[in-house]
Design a protein around this ligand. Sequence first.
Ligand code: ADP
Ligand code: ZN
Length: 729
Amino acid sequence: MADRFAEGARVGVLTAERLDRVLDYLAPEGGCGTGDFVEVPLGPRRVLGVVWGAGEGGFDAARLRSVARVLDAAPMRDELRAFLERAADYTLTPLSAMLRLATRAPGLGDAPSMQKIYRRGAGLPGRMTEPRARVIELLEGYGGLAFTLGELAGEAGVSPTVVKGLVASGAVLEEDTPRDRPYPRLDPARPGLALEGDQAAAAARLCAGVAGGGYGTTLLKGVTGSGKTEVYLEAVAECLRKGRQALVLLPEIALTAEFLARVERRFGARPAEWHSGVTMVERRRLWRMVGRGEAQLVVGARSALFLPFRDLGLIVVDEEHDSSYKQEEGALYNARDMAVLRATLASAQVVLASATPSLESWANAEAGKYARLDLSARFGPAELPEMATIDMRAEDVPAGRWISPRLQRAVAARLAAGRQSLLFLNRRGYAPVTVCRACGHMIGCDHCDARMVEHRFLKRLVCHQCGETKPIPETCPSCGAADKLAPVGPGVERLAEETAALFPGARVAVLSSDLFTTARALKAQIEAIAGGEADIIIGTQLVAKGHNFPLLTLVGVIDADLGLQGSDLRAAERTFQLMRQVAGRAGRGAEQGVALLQTFQPEHPVIRAILTGDEEGFWRAEAAERRAAGMPPYGRLAGIILSAPEARAAFDLGTHLARNDAALRRIGAQLYGPAPAPIARIRGRHRVRLLVKAAKGAPLQAAIRDWLAPVKLPAQVRLAVDIDPQSFF
Ligand code: ADP
Ligand code: ZN
């Protein structure tokens, strides 16, 4: 039972404002209870908050203000409050920042009411204008979703009168709907596919876990196409049968119409969707319905983890190894780890699904902390691709070209057979470096320590760190020589040029995140390609993620050595995962696929492991190295990033921190740095890193809190703590 506070009693309210404190207020008329969403006066404004418990009492009672009103929303449950607290403690993030993540929907306090919504009608207006066409295109692009007037006009960049004009002509429908309709019921009793062998066994184990009603985490490992999705949908069905809610997390880009349609086929209705492409109307509706238990299944991106579920029974983290689960800005959390935390508090099951698990999850399974289920074979006739290296030392590749004669022949054979080929290169743009052939100058970003990357489609140079762009100069900015600037190295755009020259007449499609302005446009392109609208696909790591291209039977990896060069802790692991994933794109239909890896070091252990498919061998070797070095997951790391407009200020604070590290030494932790970050300047701010390394069981967060508590940040300096860092830039 939540605590109740009578009118006038002192309550502590956590607001989503940037103050990391629970503030005291007086309970309003009618009282309020712990977990209630409230509006409170703060200075001249009214802000959203949650009653966190009894007030502290330190503040002068005469000056206390009252809670303005209690909102008409399901109170935040103890489970979610505990989750936000624990997540804030773990990530050393202010609790208010966690509350912001949990209240990312507009108008949470508005009373239920009717509203006008707009969706695509039939036909076209008598007179078509450019703005009208934009509205229609937008509505069609969102496939049946409804918008409010403001949202529709805003997104289309037109005035509301344009929309009203379209309503008059019938091309757009205006409807009254209650805000926040419940979602259609999903029916778990509908039969799924008949599962085979280890699929059936895995599904039975997951269902038993869900039926038990307690916490548990299972690593579900199986190659792409082995039926992982099919199996975890059975666990979802069991969860729904129990009357509890389920959450499926996907990397944002894998949230395709294909997946939603699959859920619909299985359960007879679409799940609720939560990601950056969802309209505000839908967000608010989902947030409220989830809190009332009227959204049974949410399919979402990482932030869906912070929704106010009424009774969460299952969290699936699909593609659990995906680095996009780590939020790299603001609150630095890893959704995979936070899913496990939330599940322990909610007595829920977690399924971590992957073809190439993270070393963390692999090790947790080895240690018995997670259960592990393996799906061995691909379902049905589809086979894993045959893999081979192309030894680039023996191939005759002209300067400025990257496709070896052997790869070229393989692509030509697919073209002749009416099949698709994928050429994979994890480098956006035309060329990674632009160099002056007269003086050797390389064009860099003015704000970052990074080279500018030529993007020929945009006709600009782009900094991949800060996004700064500038026109491609005609003369060298250093020596002034004209017409001497030359691209060096390949990017996907340049590879597309080479491909078009080698295979005139072939339809070449480039899949690179920067070529699409919206996630939806990108998804549409992916679906078109899956439908056969390209012969050769040129892609960055974007293509490695869960898409199904049935006609694809050849994958050519242009530079398999690219990921091996990094000094990053996870370079080998990432390369291994990426190559396996990319190779898994080939032959998902009925035909055997082939993956060819161009490499200058075919004997490299990672390349060998990819080829032989000895995954357990790879993990064991990688685990042994990390254990010997005391590195995660066998030790713990935390990054401290200091940044300031002047390098000096960041360094001074870093040096001060390094000299006053007694709190860290008390737990036996080591401190490295301060050192300039690998990218020592981003957006004009100089960056300095420190790295804390501790033994696995050490109370790392508490020590860091003690260490940083006495620090007064100089005005211009920012400090961010990154627990379990994934990237070290
Ligand atoms: P994964 O999630 O491991 O990539 P999926 O669950 O998407 O694998 O399965 C791959 C394909 O095989 C899908 O089209 C799926 O519908 C099909 N499939 C998997 N298992 C079965 C089954 N038992 N019966 C029929 N089709 C299946
Ligand atoms: Zn830059």
